[in-house]
Write a protein that binds this ligand. Sequence first.
Ligand code: ADP
Ligand code: MG
Length: 780
Amino acid sequence: MSASSDTSLPGGASVPSDAGVDSSAVSLDTRVSALLTNKRRVSALKSLGIVTVGDAVTYYPFRVVDPVPLRTLSGIVPGQASACVVTVVESRVRPMSSRRGWRLEVSVVDARPGVAPVTGPMATLVFFSGKRPYIAWMEQRLHDGSTVVIRGMAGTFNADLQFVHPDVDVVADSASLDGVVERVTRPRPVYHANSRISAEHLHETILQLLSRVDGTGVPDRIPEPILESRGFPHRREALAMVHDPASVEDFHRAIGALRYEEALVSQIAVLRQREQARAGRTFVCGNRSMVEGYLKALPFSLTDGQRRVIDVIARDMASGHPMRRLLQGEVGSGKTVVALAAMLQAVGSGHQAVLVAPTQVLAGQHVRSLRRMIDDAGLDVPIHLVTGGMRLARRRRVLAAVASGEPALIVATHAVFSRTFQAPDVAVVVIDEQHRFGVEQRGSLGRDCEGRRPHLLVMTATPIPRTAAMTWFGDLDVSELTELPQGRRPVTTVVVREEDGATMARMFAHVRARIDAGERAYVVCPRIDDDQGVRASSGNSAEVEDDDGFEEPYADVESSADGEANHDDGGRDGGRPPLHAVRQMADRLASLPQFAGIDIVTLTGRDDDATKDAVMARFASGEAPLLVSTTVIEVGVDVPQASCIVVFDADRFGLSQLHQLRGRVGRGGTPAWAFLISRADPGSVAERRLDVVRATMDGARIASADLEMRGAGDVVGDAQSGLRSGFKLLRVVADAQTIRDARKDAERLLDDDPGLESHVQLAGAVVDFSRASETALLGA
Ligand code: ADP
Ligand code: MG
C-alpha cells in the first residue's frame, strides 16, 4: 500500500498514520471516529454514510482513470494525458475579461531536482475561478520555485503548451518525490464525493483506514475453493486492488470478485428465505365453490393463460404450503380477474384476503370492479377499503371491522403496512403492480398471521429481466399471462412534435371527435403546478404520490435513490422550457376552440381521497370526458370508454411507463389512440426511444429497449435497483452472468452445508444482508 504519509498531498494532512491507536484492535466494525482526529473529516464521512472502517473500505469508486505516462515537457504530445515533474518559474493572476472571475497562469519548466531552473521548454498551467480565495490558495501553493507533479492533457495555445486545470501535487521535499510520482502515474480510482469532502481527500482517507486493517481484520466471505477456481483475490487484497490498483486489469478483477461476493450473499439469502417460507404453516384453502360461482358469472370467457394461472393458484392455496407467486402479465391481460379468484378462494374457505394497490385511485377502482363482479355473481362478501387519506372516524370503523376477523375482501394502499392495520385471519395477500413498491415492503406482508403464513401473490405488468427477478424475487415462483383477452385492439400510437402546430390542432380535433362519439380522453403532464420543482426527469414515476402515506410514508422511495447512476441520456438541458403542468394545461385546453363546451377535470397526487373519487366518477360516467392528470393514472386505471391519451413531454418518461399509460385506453373494444407529444431534438436518443414505443405493443420488447438505453433502475423503479437492498456493486441486469454463477454456487453450498457451519463469515454476511433489507423495511 502506498497510503501516503506525504502531508503535502491534497488529502494527506489530516490523517496521521500513527495516531497512537492500538492498531491490532482495528476491525471493519471500528468506528472511523476512533481513528481520525479530524472531527470535521469524520462528520463529512458520515454525510456519505461512512461510519465504520467497513463502510469506508466498501465505499467503492465508480470508475478508474487510466494511468498516464511520465514525460518531460519536450516529450509531451498535445491531446494525450501525461504527468510531468515541473518547477514553477512565474505566476500571475488576471481578472477575466468576459466573465466575472479570475484566471491564474503559472509558467513551469521541467524540474531538475537540485539544479536551479534555467532554460528549456515552458508550459503554462491555467486555472479559472469565480472564487478569489481559491485562486489565492492555488497561487500560494504554486509559488515560484516549488516543485509540482502535474497530470492532465496538454493543448497548445499560441504555440505554447498549456494545461487547463491539471491535477497538481506539490512535492514538499525531494525525498517524497518518488512516492508522488508513483501515485500519480498509477491508475486512479474516482469516487463520488460531496461538498464537504473532495474525492481526493476521500480517497486518501480510505487508503489510510484500509492500511489499518490487515487480512485477519478483513476475513474472506467467499469460500476458499471458489476463490481458487474463479481466480479471485482474497477480500483484503481485493479491497486494496480497488482503492489502490497497480493496473486497470487488477482493478476490474477485484471489482469482479467483490461483485460476485454480493451476488453470492444475496443468492444464499434468497434461497434460504424461500426454504423458510415454504417450511412454514399456512392456511389450507380448499373450498372452491365461491370461486366457481364467480367464474361462471363473468361476462366473458377466460383466456387460456388466466385459466391456467387460476388452476395453479388453486392448487397452491390448497396444498398446505405457503404460496409465493409472481404473476407477470402484459397491461390489460386481465390480472385482476385472477387475483379475485385467489381472494375468493380464501374468503370461501372462511378467511380474509387483502389486495394492496399502489395508489389511492387504483384502490378505489379495484373496490368498484370487485363489487361489480361479486354482485354479478350473486355473492355476499363484504369489501373494505383502507387508505391513508381516510377520515379518522371512518378509518377506525373500517379497521375495527377488519380486526374482527370476519371473512372479507380488504383493498388497501400503503396503509396496510402501518402498525395500526390488524387483520387477524388473512389467508392471502395480493400485491398489485409490484413495480411501484419497494422490494422490501412486500416482506412485511409475508408476516405470519397467528403462526400461519399467508399465501402471497405479487402482480406486475412490467416485465422484469430474469436475473433481476432471481435477485429480488428469487423466493417466488413465476407465472405469466402472455395473451390479451379477445377483442382488445392495439393502440394506434403517434409521436407528435409539439412545435408542429398544425398536427397538434388536428390531434385536438380528433380527440374532440372521439369525445363527441361518447368516448373519453386522458391528457397527462409530468408536473402538477408551474411553481413546483421539476420532478419528472427520467424517473419511473414522474410524480411523487405522496398522499397514501398513512403513518409510515414510503413516498421518499423515488427521491432517495438519486445520484450516481447514469439516469438518463444526455443530462438535463438547461435551456429547455419547463415541463408541462396539469393546472396550466387544463386552462390551456379549456381555452381551445376544439374543447368548447366540454367539462375538463384534473387529477393529481395532491388531491384528497374524496376529490379523487369524485373526479374519477365524473370522468368514468362521461359527465367530464376530458381528464388532465399526472401519472397517478399510470397503472391499472380501467375506464373502458377511454379511447385517447395525450402524453405531454413524453420524451421525459420511461418507456415502460409510456407503455403503461397507453394501456389506459382501448380497454372497451373500440379503436384507441395514444399521442406522445415530444420536444426532443430530431435524431436524438430521446426521439429514438419514443419510436420504440410507437413501433411495438410488446411490453417485453419495450422494457428491454428501455434497459439498453437507460439503466435497470429506471425500468423497474429505483427502489428496486439495489440501492436499498445492500448492493453496492451488483447490477441486476448488467451482471446477469455473475448472478447466475453465484446462484449455482449458492445452491451447491447449501446442499453440502445447509447451515453454512463451515462458512462462518459467509453465514454472517448473509444475516447482515437479510437484516439490512428488514431495516430498510422499517424505515430506519
Ligand atoms: P391488468 O392485467 O392490466 O390489470 P385488468 O385486470 O385491469 O388488466 O383487465 C383489463 C380489462 O380486461 C378489464 O376491463 C377486464 O374486465 C377485462 N378482461 C379481463 N379478462 C378478460 C377476458 N378473459 N376476456 C375479456 N375481457 C377481459
Ligand atoms: Mg391491473
